[in-house]
Design a protein around this ligand. Structure first.
Ligand code: AMP
Length: 282
């Protein structure tokens, strides 16, 4: 695996590989890699000839400086995992290689209001930071296919909107959520949970399964209330939202919304750690 720290090395290499006919897959990450990230690398290796992974803890998408500071950065372990997974190129930039001298969001994006709800409501500016860094990363890496995780469902919709509105020549593939054996969606933040509460956090997945099973039996409001109440009874759990929404635009569902276009989406603070999960009803 080649480790590249500078865009002026990566962009010409990517351009040259594409000119030689290679299909390039790109997996952006913030590191602290787990099997969920590796499943994206594997998806890329199936569809593309060259897989580029980036590790960059993007300061502009953090609202809380403490959260940015506490974000885990086990870089040697990450490199070993990417080597083992068969990643071809790791882009490991400093902030100055991404942003230049001042690390800030400079573009104005049309995110169709998708950035204001859910995660956007409690983390103002978060998605502008995400959109900015992904736009820059796509300009630097020039991939054919961008692989993202369904775990961050709202982020997938927002980046689809970004790519469409800017007419960027890249295909977006959303990969399924990779879970721990008891159902908890894998996340770099899970290491902050103590083992007992990490085990209990499997209840989040169970609540999504309950909601999916009830979708033709109870009203969305009844399901939302029941699931929220059940999760809030667990010590240390505090539900921010648990909602059934239209999976295409995150708007409230109506009786006309086809069942297979419903997403059940939740954010739960578990011992103060914000955990996200969702399920699209099939
Ligand atoms: P992050 O490093 O948290 O920014 O995540 C990088 C990419 O990995 C994003 O596209 C995430 O949605 C994806 N990802 C994170 N956790 C999982 C998971 N458990 N399963 C699948 N993809 C994931």
């Amino acid at each position: 695996m080649q480790i590249i720290k500078q865009r002026n090395q990566l962009t010409p290499l990517s351009t040259q590989l594409r000119a030689q006919g290679a299909k390039i897959g790109f997996v952006p990450t913030m590191g602290a890699l787990h099997q969920g990230h590796i499943s994206l690398v594997e998806a890329s290796k199936k569809r593309a000839n060259i897989t580029i992974v980036s590790i960059f803890v993007n300061p502009t998408q953090f609202n809380d400086p403490k959260d940015l500071e506490k974000y885990p950065r086990p870089i040697e372990q990450d490199i070993a995992m990417l080597e083992a997974a068969g990643c071809d190129i790791l882009y490991l930039p400093e902030a100055s290689d991404i942003y230049g001298p001042v690390t800030q969001v400079t573009d104005k994006f049309d995110l169709a209001g998708l950035d204001l709800e859910l995660e956007g409501a409690s983390r103002p500016g978060h998605f502008a930071g995400v959109a900015q860094v992904v736009k820059i990363l796509l300009e630097i890496t020039r991939p054919d296919i961008l692989f993202l995780g369904q775990k961050d469902f709202q982020q997938c919709l927002i980046l689809t909107q970004l790519i469409n509105s800017l007419k960027m020549p890249v295909e977006l593939v959303m990969c399924p959520i990779y879970r721990e054996s008891h159902g908890l969606a894998m996340s770099s933040r899970n290491v902050r949970l103590n083992p007992q509460i990490r085990q209990k956090a499997g209840a989040i997945y169970a609540s999504l399964q309950y909601a999916a099973a009830m979708v033709n039996i109870l009203t969305p409001q009844e399901i939302q209330q029941a699931a929220t109440a059940a999760l809030n009874t667990i010590e240390g759990f505090n539900v921010d939202y648990f909602l059934l929404l239209n999976a295409d635009n995150l708007k409230p569902i109506t009786p006309e919304t086809p069942t297979n276009r419903i997403v059940i989406i939740t954010a739960v603070l578990v011992d103060g750690v914000r955990l996200l999960d969702n399920m699209v009803i099939s």
